[in-house]
Design a protein around this ligand. Structure first.
Ligand SMILES: CC(C)(COP(=O)(O)OP(=O)(O)OC[C@H]1O[C@@H](n2cnc3c(N)ncnc32)[C@H](O)[C@@H]1OP(=O)(O)O)[C@@H](O)C(=O)NCCC(=O)NCCS
Length: 146
């Protein structure tokens, strides 16, 4: 079963050790960088290890900004050896359910690097729509929860 658990002292080494292929490494910051960001923005950043049963298979960081009623998928990856098994979709569904069930948000945003076809396909199939904005070269998408 796919679940999200907070990054903690038991799993952070596994999270930091997750590998992507060379092309995909351009699509997302390193997990060390993301965990450092979470330290800098503790009031909104929520870093999670993605588990398949007991095994760490990915990483996600949610931007949990209750003040703005806006949640974001700040980082998201599934380790190369675990891709294309449906885990990414299930992890994203878990995150979106948690966000929706909190009733604290009106929408969810994310962005992706042009050429990231797997990300684009997955997000569109879950209802995200491009807003037309480009932020730091990345295409912004939004999912309306209303
Ligand atoms: C994006 C990512 C998280 C998807 O994880 P995954 O576990 O492989 O995803 P899934 O197996 O659940 O597949 C999701 C969908 O993408 C599709 N897909 C996979 N590779 C694809 C590609 N190159 N082009 C188009 N669609 C693709 C799958 O067919 C599947 O679609 P379906 O459910 O309609 O059949 C993973 O590819 C990844 O970690 N990429 C590198 C980091 C990254 O790009 N993160 C996102 C930053 S915005």
């Amino acid at each position: 079963m796919i679940t999200l658990k907070k990054v903690d002292e038991d799993n952070f080494r596994k999270v930091v050790g997750i590998k992507l292929n060379e092309e995909q490494s351009k699509f997302v910051a390193t997990n060390v960088y993301s965990i450092a960001q979470a330290w800098i923005y503790p009031e909104v950043a929520r870093p999670f290890a993605i588990y398949n049963d007991e095994e760490v298979i990915g990483f996600m960081m949610i931007d949990w900004d209750e003040k703005e009623r806006e949640a974001g998928i700040w980082r998201f990856m599934i380790a190369e050896e675990h891709q294309n098994k449906g885990y990414g979709r299930r992890a994203m569904e878990c995150a979106l359910n948690t966000i929706k069930e909190s009733n604290k948000f009106d929408y969810v945003y994310l962005d992706y690097v042009p050429g990231n076809d797997a990300g684009k396909h997955l997000y569109e199939s879950l209802g995200f729509k491009e807003t037309g904005e480009i932020e730091e070269g990345e295409i912004v998408m939004k999912l309306d929860l209303a």
